[in-house]
Design a protein around this ligand. Sequence first.
Ligand code: SF4
Length: 144
Amino acid sequence: MAKIIVSACLLGLPCTYRGDSNHCEKICRLAGQHTLIAVCPEQMGGLPTPRPPSEIVGDRVITRYGQDVTAEYRRGAEAALTLAQLNRADCAILKARSPSCGKGRIYDGTFTGQKCAGNGIAAGLFLDSGIPVYTEEELDRMVL
Ligand code: SF4
C-alpha cells in the first residue's frame, strides 16, 4: 500500500478556479489499494474558490487581471510539500497543465490556451524534493 498525494480536484472536490472539479474515477478507485491524501495548493495558499485564472509568467504567477499571486502559490506549494513529507508520501498524482499542479507542460502565460514546457509551482517543488510526480494522464507509467 502506497501513500499518494493527489490533486484534490481529481478526487472530485470542487476546488478549481471555476469552483468545479476534475473528477477522475480511475484515480478515486486507487483508494481501494492505497492511501490517498488530497491537496489543493491554491486553496492551501489562501486563495478563494472560485478565483481568477492564473498562469506562470517568467518567475511570477499572475491572474488574468494582472494581480501577482506568486506568494500564495508558493505558500500553498510549501504546505502541500510539508503534508507529503509528514506522511512520507511515495509519489504524487497532480493535475496536468495547472499553474500549481502541472508537470512537464503548462499554459504559457499568454492566457490564449497555448502551452509550453514547464512545471506548476507545487509540482516543481515536489520534483525538486525528490517526490515522483505523475499527471492523471500518466497513470499507466506509475511505479508503486
Ligand atoms: S491547485 Fe491543483 S488541486 Fe487545486 S484546483 Fe488547481 S489543479 Fe486542482
